[in-house]
Design a protein around this ligand. Structure first.
Ligand code: PFF
Length: 444
């Protein structure tokens, strides 16, 4: 079966964690946090991870492993001749959208590797680094080129089925990323004026919790954990019947959250120290980080290693996104894996061209007053992922039912699990209500 090429040999925790940990943690999380009230956002984020993240993840893994199908086939198998597979189709659509803007940023990590190797940050002040970053993201076609190269790299891995190799590397490289983040955090925390950044990150100002903050945090949790669009259904379908789904969900969630919080501890103290505004968005990360490297011994090497690791982290995420589309093409439309990969990546590339070009200042490629890039981000994280997650928990809570859910989680009763009642109560009542509430208040 063609899915074997990608999935069967994966250590599933590493694969799912590889999908989860990426630019969402190191780039998107600080941007969202900076724009949504700092500590208040962090608090809401952590609560959502705990109360909704883990249960929704379990639901997706259960659907995948139970059916051994891709995200559309799974619903077709469980509820044939109903509208439920629409959730799966939405996920595939969402994968295209995320790929388009995600690869744009991922492409920047490649440009930054080259800049780092050429020692192009050394000795420059913040204003110059910011100016160069602005000039860079205004160079539309150069972004298109890097983004396309990144999609090509992803396609190569998905096509060759060498995920097994990537897997082995990322087991070493991801802990390295964690380690380098710790080193950076220490440097950042010891910069003059770092305290203000820590305060911004960890002191919640409750008056800042608005509908906007709630929906941004909800979207960020789903985005960061790769949930609400079938990635974890697809990966769940590759998990062996005797693996433990609950510990998988827990370790993926924990490592993803740890990386995000660490990224915050790296970025904000340094940003406050250098005078970068927390609301700066893209520049927050791409200007602050090179400045930190400038201020540390061995910064030249750390900078290269960091951007290489970031590119690898992004790659393990884009592999999972492309895999959702390819698994659907192969298993439901019966297209050969090679062609499926080519068609899917070309589709992502075309959308990616518009996403990249829309980042130029004064762009006319806009939707509802937002740049095309931002509208893709908004549509996926704040609309499609919450809707996908909502229907997934409804499906498991009300249609699949408690017995079948726990049969799968406990491997037909061979694993012990406490707090079953609480978990299912969350899935059946709390999660759908909370997602619906946040979705509605956030969009009003
Ligand atoms: N979780 C990834 C990140 O945080 O970078 C991004 C992502 C991957 C989102 C896969 C959604 C997805 F299905």
């Amino acid at each position: 079966m063609s899915r074997d090429g990608f999935g069967s040999k994966l250590g599933i925790v590493a694969a799912a964690a590889g999908s989860a940990v990426g630019l969402g943690n190191i780039y998107r999380f600080p941007c969202e946090l900076g724009n949504n009230g700092g500590g208040a956002f962090l608090l809401v984020y952590l609560m959502i991870v705990l109360c909704l993240g883990i249960p929704v993840m379990l639901c997706e893994l259960v659907i995948g492993r139970k059916t051994q199908r891709n995200s559309i086939g799974a619903f077709k198998l469980l509820k044939p001749k109903t509208a439920w597979p629409v959730i799966g189709y939405m996920g595939v659509f969402c994968a295209f959208i995320i790929m388009a803007f995600y690869c744009t940023i991922a492409g920047w990590t490649l440009e930054y590797i080259i800049k780092a190797v050429g020692n192009q940050f050394q000795g420059k002040d913040l204003a110059t680094i910011e100016q160069e970053f602005n000039a860079f993201h205004n160079m539309g076609w150069r972004n298109v080129l890097w983004g396309s190269i990144f999609i090509f790299l992803t396609a190569f891995v998905v096509f060759k089925g060498v995920a097994d190799g990537i897997e082995k590397y990322s087991k070493v490289l991801m802990p390295m990323l964690l380690l380098i983040l710790v080193v950076l955090a220490i440097r950042s925390l010891t910069l003059p004026g770092a305290r203000a950044g820590l305060k911004f990150l960890f002191h919640p100002d409750f008056s800042k919790i608005t509908g906007d903050v709630l929906i941004s945090a909800l979207g960020q949790v789903f985005f960061s954990l790769s949930m609400g669009m079938g990635v974890l259904i697809t990966y769940g379908s590759y998990i062996k019947k005797d693996d433990n789904l609950a510990t998988t969900a827990l370790s993926v969630t924990l490592s993803d959250t740890l990386v995000a919080v660490l990224a915050g501890i790296v970025i904000f103290p340094a940003a406050f120290s250098f005078g970068v505004k927390p609301t700066e968005g893209m520049g927050l990360v791409f200007s602050t980080l090179p400045m930190i490297f400038n201020q540390m011994p061995g910064g030249y090497f750390f900078c290269i290693i960091f951007f290489v690791l970031l590119a690898v982290a992004a790659l393990t995420s884009t592999i999972s996104l492309l895999e959702v589309i390819v698994a659907y093409f192969v298993e439901e439309l019966h297209i050969k894996r090679g062609w499926a990969t080519v068609i899917a990546s070309l589709g992502c590339m075309v959308l990616g061209v518009f996403a990249s070009l829309s980042l130029r200042d004064g762009t006319s490629i806009t939707i509802a007053g937002m740049s095309f890039f931002n509208s893709l981000d908004f549509l996926s994280a704040k609309i499609l992922l919450p809707i996908g997650a909502f229907f997934t928990v409804i499906f498991v809570g009300w249609l699949l039912g408690k017995t079948k859910f726990f049969e799968e989680i406990t491997n037909q009763g061979s694993l012990k699990l406490s707090v079953k009642g609480v978990i299912f109560f969350i899935i059946k009542f709390l999660a759908p209500l909370a997602i619906a509430f946040i979705f509605i208040t956030g969009l009003l």
